[in-house]
Design a protein around this ligand. Structure first.
Ligand code: DNO
Ligand code: MN
Length: 352
């Protein structure tokens, strides 16, 4: 297990590489060119600059999260061809810089969705929270209004340039079925996987977060069956999964230990974190500690260790603790604690 830490870039993150360096066992930085608009080619020079900066701090830069997929590709619009060409070029350029894994997702319009960023936990810390009822009671028209008037429904995965087109996007997705979305994913993968393979890169799709349809938009990366179907699209070694316990595991029907047994070997990258799920379907992110949440993270690491998992892994979102001012879910302290927990489990299970 190759431990990594997600970092948003020099001018874009409250956490410094010098601080990450002091977390024991952390070998690599998970990075992206966050300022690039979705769909544009990542140029060689800008890639190299970022990779050099990361490496100058003694880390590897093997994992990119994410190269986002343009909505035209997910929609299957005619202009997808150009965006697919751009994506291929980005893959080639990243391969040349030595990148090994690209994390991406295929969620229509929205990335991870929460209703509160700073929900108090009983220990006095705060964390990201999803209130099912609140999301379900919001109809898309109302949502467009809410986003436009920038109320308190702050959802960090939402890119501003996309939100300015939200009305249009909803119209374009009208009538889109899961089946069509699968076809569009398959079309995209058939086109890019040969390039990824030739570039020495594994593509790793992130599960939908939460793993069910929201706002009437289809979502397809939601269960073990989804992973089975994904793998049936192509048996290319570059067709892989990001094993995110917190996203997939927000649906209690997804048994993450069972899924680890089946899919760890297809996962070049893993996000290991915990969430506490309530009976009404709400969930809150917790510390990584197994007993704090609903996901058997200890069991997942046990499974990974039994398979001698050689992929990359990182702690995922953490709580905001010790008054840290940081990006929601991406502070230094709780994710550092997460790494120590994961490594502790790993060492213990390795020796058995
Ligand atoms: C949620 C996070 C996500 C993830 C992107 C991947 O669990 O890991 O923000 O990074 O959806 O594309
Ligand atoms: Mn994740």
């Amino acid at each position: 297990m190759n431990i990594t830490f997600r970092w948003y870039g020099q001018d874009n993150d409250s956490v410094q590489l010098e601080q990450i360096k002091q977390i024991p066992g952390t070998k690599g930085i998970v990075w992206a060119l966050h300022q690039k608009p979705v769909g544009e080619v990542w140029q060689k020079e800008e890639i190299q600059q970022e990779v050099d900066y990361i490496k100058s701090h003694g880390f590897h830069a093997d994992v990119v999260e994410s190269v986002n997929v343009h909505e035209s590709i997910k929609l299957g619009n005619v202009d997808r061809e150009q965006y697919i060409e751009n994506y291929k070029e980005t893959i080639r350029n990243l391969g040349e810089a030595g990148v090994k894994v690209i994390c991406y997702n295929f969620m229509p319009v929205f990335d991870w969705t929460r209703t509160a960023l700073y929900e108090p936990l009983p220990d006095g810390s705060t964390a990201l929270f999803f209130e099912k009822e609140k999301i379900e009671s919001l109809d898309p028209a109302e949502l467009i209004e809410t986003v436009a008037s920038a109320s308190d429904l702050t959802l960090p995965g939402w890119e501003p340039e996309k939100m300015s087109r939200i009305k249009e996007l909803f119209e374009e997705y009208e009538g889109m079925t899961e089946e069509t979305l699968w076809e569009n994913l398959s079309y995209f993968l058939q086109a890019i996987l040969p390039v990824a393979e030739a570039s020495g890169i594994k593509m790793a799709i992130h599960p939908d977060d939460p793993p069910w349809s929201i706002f009437g938009l289809p979502r397809i990366m939601t269960s073990g069956e989804s992973w089975e179907k994904l793998l049936s699209i192509s048996d290319s070694p570059s067709n892989g999964i990001t094993f995110c316990t917190g996203s997939m595991g927000a649906n209690p029907e997804n048994d993450m230990v069972e899924l680890a047994a089946k899919y760890a070997k297809h996962s070049p990258f893993a996000h290991l974190r915990n969430v506490k799920i309530f009976e009404n379907g709400d969930f809150i992110e917790t510390s990584h500690y197994t007993q704090d949440g609903s996901i058997d993270l200890s069991g997942v690491v046990r499974e990974f260790a039994s398979q001698d998992y050689e992929g990359y892994a990182r702690p995922d979102h953490g709580r905001h603790i010790w008054n840290e001012q940081c990006r929601p879910g991406y502070g230094l302290y709780d994710r550092a604690l997460g790494i120590m927990y994961l490594l502790g489990l790993w060492d213990a299970y390795q020796e058995k």
